[in-house]
Design a protein around this ligand. Structure first.
Ligand code: AHR
Length: 338
């Protein structure tokens, strides 16, 4: 079900991301599962590690790269991966986590589809003394229910995307009528990217207006359908912020179908930097991308080992990311890893 929400700049349409997800403390120390750090693939005392991992789904190119990174890194680290695909449904993730608890895995990790509704199952994991490491996305639960987060700063990504939009629109004459394709409603990246983008836009050129904003569920098809509806209701849209490349690519199809030129008639900024996003950018159809790095596998496996060894880890292990504009796309494309 797609939730529709029109956003007008200057209204209280969006809560600050920090109001929805509390800031993470600096460090967390977990109880050691064994007395000393083990060799590769062991948590301590040479015991083999089993990691239960619940993935969001396979909604985007980013997600495909993220899944591959986690599988590859687990293999390299000698960690047994019990992988479960939730198909973008919270109830499937909760069931998977309960299964991991019943199987007595050593660690649980998951990328939460939405921020809320995790307290009960996380308490069950805590009671079973199984550490939980969040990856990719945050939850709004009490911080004592998980060890740390390995993932990006989505609010910063929204701010970076807005600064890229400012660059792309620099020197534009006439009114700017902007649309926003949001990620899955209630997910950390959707809420936080929207908040970061709005924060910068509110302080930017007052004649630029975000006239419509709606959930495209991070999928290509969602982006295509929602953009087609946007163009029906607001044929004057000339700028688009898409919360990921897949929705931008779907939107491009609808823009072309409406007889307009993506990247020219409608300036487009998105987030991720997946291969297909770079191809669209090298063709001038996407104007700029704020990268969100999906290659979290190696950091996650290092964190799993550190946590099981009882070491202190940062509460938020962030990833390194860059910004790209269309003029850089062709040169950068061959070296992209995802
Ligand atoms: O949580 C990360 C986001 O989820 C990515 O930006 C998006 O492509 C994915 O579906």
């Amino acid at each position: 079900m797609i939730a529709r929400r029109d956003l007008f700049r200057g209204t209280a349409g969006m809560l600050a991301a920090s109001a929805l997800v509390p800031a993470l403390d600096a460090c967390a120390k977990s109880s050691p599962k064994a007395s000393s750090p083990g060799a590769s693939g062991s948590g301590g005392g040479g015991k083999a590690i089993t990691l239960g991992f619940s993935q969001v789904g396979s909604e985007s190119g980013w997600r495909t790269a993220n899944t591959q990174s986690i599988k590859d890194a687990a293999g390299k680290a000698g960690i047994t991966l019990n992988f479960s695909d939730a198909q973008q449904k919270q109830e499937n993730q909760i069931a998977a986590i309960r299964n991991f608890i019943a199987q007595k895995v050593d660690v649980i990790s998951f990328s939460p589809v939405v921020t809320s509704g995790w307290d009960a199952v996380l308490t069950e994991a805590k009671n079973a003394k199984i550490p939980v490491i969040l990856t990719d996305r945050q939850v709004d639960s009490d911080q004592s229910l998980y060890v740390c987060l390995v993932g990006s700063d989505f609010e910063a990504e929204g701010e970076r995307a807005a600064h890229l939009m400012e660059k792309v629109l620099a020197g534009a004459s006439g009114p700017i009528t902007m649309a926003q394709l949001e990620g899955t409603s209630g997910s950390a990246p959707a809420t936080q990217r929207a908040a970061g983008f709005k924060k910068v836009m509110d302080a930017s050129d007052p004649s630029w207006k975000i006239v419509i904003s709606q959930d495209g569920n991070f999928t290509r098809d969602g982006g295509k359908q929602v953009m087609a509806a946007f163009l029906q209701s607001h044929p004057d849209i000339n700028a688009l912020f898409a919360h990921n490349d897949d929705m931008a690519i779907g939107a491009i199809q609808s823009i072309v179908a409406a007889g307009k030129k993506p990247g020219t008639d409608i300036k487009i900024v998105s987030v991720d930097g997946v291969h297909d996003g770079f191809v669209a950018m090298s063709q001038g159809q996407i104007n700029a991308i704020a990268e969100c790095n999906p290659l979290l596998g190696p950091q996650l496996m290092d964190t799993v080992k550190a946590v099981l060894a009882g070491q202190t880890v940062d509460r938020w292990i962030k990833t390194k990311e860059s910004d790209f504009t269309a003029d850089q796309a062709a040169a950068a494309l061959p070296s992209r890893q995802y």
